[in-house]
Write a protein that binds this ligand. Structure first.
Ligand code: HEC
Length: 648
């Protein structure tokens, strides 16, 4: 009934009808086409035989869980301009349910309660100030009559917070900010006053960041809610807190009183972070036997590459070890709980190679914990990224304060190194011994979220365009099916009329597709689908259209046609407005703009200034770019396409 199934977000199901002995007979029971070009990150909810699903632009659909028949759909009609604010795709990571209502949070910042039976809205509240660049991609969480929602936008100069609303009425109960505002306005609470001591300069003018864009867990016995706090805004610490400092509560796990939202404790994973090391990744609550006693723990494997086990009553660090090769720190000092940082990774205007990169060693893709094997299953990536401090930063204009232009030579070396070393694998992690029990390597990074079941199984979508099942105790692959897609979301399982089903959203996209240099041009993908499996299922996917199975023939770019001034102006404007989604120096990203088709060159101004592709996540930039500026970007892209044509 909840993202992660239970409040502890273990993503473990006690169902065992499908198990290690019979999973070979798993087949497709039914599927539903999903009308989008973008990523699918949500796990559906399964309640009394009905599947509730959410897709980009926050369209909600209720399906009969047995047959796939659509019972209702709801479209919140999110204004397409919000697509431009979503750093990492116009995705939605899920829904919440409470007493006959389904809750959806929209990209535009609304929280909406729907009647679960009809899909009709019951109430709707705006949870953000739309004059600022907030978006919501995370799933709401509901407990004890309260629905909780955070937001995103730390790439765009916002100040993060989480709000609790009355699940019946939508009335606001409490709100907790994650970073301090302007001291002159007075602090909201003592925690903000404490946090302000760890910032310098006029940090509030640039927002500060610290958005709660994904993970929230809840312990009813302790009456604590745990929120995972994101990265700083802007990225480069020098540009947001010039005198240094830890910058609380960035990159922290914070425990709040569930009734009042009052601060209880925090643990900061990356003090003074400046590499986009969010601590928003999933937080699993479990009781583990450590040192001869039962500890109530919280486990997180955030982007920074350390697997943390905390005492969830007090926030005390129990243990932390690296789960991927990284270079930003060599370990965690157990006495202070602070990382032993590599001084070389604090960047100035000279670029440095840091691992992990902003994509993280583990990102939002959910992990799972099995209380039977006592292992945590998580998708891991080895990533690298070059960071340099931008020459200038103006809070009024925004930007990351971190530069990706003007150092071609270093960047090429970094890119080559990263391409040669980037990998991904499914890891079974023993959280008590803090070491890997087994791993399944994948050909490249990008595999999906995970589900563990009492059938001694772990399910995961793979970058090999398959959906696979492994033995939970050994990692042996037991079953795999090509699915014409990369299911990056985590699967779920449920029963209807005594029969067990496995469901997964299969749709490639999200941050990796948006920001990383694209190694994924060889992915032949269908439109996204919701796939539902059962033992003996006999449904078949239609064949892939032959045309979509070929590497597209690239047309040579138009001849360079801009003046040197236009190209250089275009380069700056591209870096400021486009690189976030289309890649540094126009390499890769969501669509590689060096490889535009002749028709796209023709339609360039319609796409960039008139929103011709807004539905697909490419909103108009007419309010920030003049036609001459858009032309300059076009000239720059044509120059880049020509420069790289021989090495395509
Ligand atoms: C928030 C993310 C985002 C930003 C920022 C962004 N784009 Fe896009 N853009 C997209 C997405 C998503 C698509 C894919 C749309 C589709 O599939 O039709 C796209 C597609 C395009 C296309 C069509 C490419 C093709 O080959 O079909 C062009 C041209 C384009 N963008 C130009 C720009 C320019 C110029 C900028 C900066 C002014 C920019 N975009 C900024 C997300 C973004």
């Amino acid at each position: 009934m909840a993202p992660g199934r239970t409040y502890d977000e273990q993503r473990f199901s006690p169902l065992a009808q499908i198990n290690a002995g019979n999973v070979q007979r798993l087949g497709l029971a039914w599927y539903a086409d999903i009308n989008t070009e973008r990523g699918m990150e949500a796990s559906p909810l399964a309640i009394d035989g009905v599947l509730y699903n959410v897709q980009p632009w926050n369209l909600v659909t209720a399906y009969d869980g047995k047959t796939g028949k659509v019972l209702w759909t709801y479209d919140p009609e999110v204004p397409l301009r919000f697509g431009r604010l979503a750093c990492c795709d116009i995705v939605s990571r899920g829904l919440a349910a409470w007493k006959g209502k389904i809750y959806v949070a929209t990209l535009g910042g609304r929280l909406i309660a729907l009647d679960a039976a009809t899909g009709k809205p019951v109430w709707s509240v705006l949870t953000v100030d739309n004059s600022k660049s907030y978006t919501i991609t995370g799933a709401p969480r509901v407990f004890d009559g309260k629905v909780l929602i955070g937001n995103g936008g730390a790439e765009m100069g916002v100040r993060g917070y989480v709000t609790a609303y009355d699940a019946e009425t939508g009335r606001q109960i409490w709100r907790w900010h994650t970073v301090p505002g302007n001291p002159a306005d007075g602090f909201e609470n003592a925690a903000m006053e404490l946090a302000a001591k760890t910032w310098t300069g006029e940090w509030w003018t640039a927002g500060g960041g610290g958005t709660v864009w994904d993970s929230v867990s809840y312990d009813p016995a302790l009456n604590l809610v745990y929120v995972g706090v994101g990265n700083g805004s802007p990225w480069a610490r020098d540009w947001r807190s010039a005198g240094g400092g830890d910058n609380l509560f960035l990159a922290s796990i914070v425990a709040l009183d569930a009734d009042t939202g009052d601060y209880r404790w925090h643990y900061q994973t990356t003090p003074g972070e400046e590499w986009d090391y969010t601590a928003t990744q999933q937080m699993i609550l479990a009781d583990l036997q450590i040192g001869g006693r039962t500890r109530k723990v919280l486990m997180q494997a955030p982007k920074n590459g350390f697997f943390y086990v905390l005492d969830r009553e007090t926030g005390e660090l129990i243990s932390a070890e690296m789960f991927a090769p990284i270079n930003w720190a060599s370990g965690i000092d157990k006495a202070t709980g602070r990382p032993i940082e590599n001084p070389a990774v604090r960047y100035g205007t000279t670029p440095v190679l840091v691992s992990p990169g902003a994509g993280g060693a583990h990102n939002w893709n959910p992990m799972a914990y099995s209380p039977l094997t006592h292992l945590v299953y998580l998708p891991v990536t080895e990533t690298y990224m070059g960071y340099a401090k931008a020459e200038s930063f103006d809070p009024a204009k925004g930007g990351l304060g971190t530069s990706f232009t003007g150092f071609e030579a270093e960047r090429d070396a970094i890119t080559r190194y990263a391409d040669a070393h980037s990998r991904g694998w499914l890891s079974a992690w023993d959280p008590v011994r803090q070491r890997e029990a087994w791993r399944v390597p994948s050909p490249q990074k990008g595999s999906g979220g995970v589900l563990a079941t009492a059938g001694n199984l772990v399910f995961e979508g793979t970058i090999g365009q398959t959906f696979a099942a492994y033995r939970a105790d050994t990692g042996e692959k037991l079953w795999e099916m090509p699915v014409q897609q990369v299911p990056i979301a985590a699967p779920i399982t449920y029963t209807v009329d005594g029969e067990q089903y496995i469901a997964v959203n299969a749709g490639w996209g999200g941050g990796l597709a948006h920001v990383e240099r694209s190694a994924y041009t060889q992915l032949f993908l269908s439109k996204p689908r919701l796939l539902v499996f059962k033992l003996g299922g006999t449904a078949k996917l239609p064949p892939m259209p032959a045309a979509s199975m070929q590497v597209p023939e690239l047309s040579p770019p138009p001849a360079p046609n801009g003046t040197a001034e236009q190209v250089s102006r275009g380069e700056q404007l591209y870096a400021a407005n486009c690189a976030l989604c289309h890649g540094v120096a126009a390499r890769g990203g969501v669509k590689d703009l060096r490889h535009m088709a002749p028709e796209t060159h023709e339609a360039f101004l319609d796409i960039v200034l008139r929103g011709a592709r807004a539905r697909n996540g490419m909103a108009s930039f007419a309010d920030v770019l003049t036609p001459a500026e858009a032309e300059a970007i076009h000239h720059y892209l044509i120059a880049r396409a020509n420069a790289d044509w021989d090495s395509r």
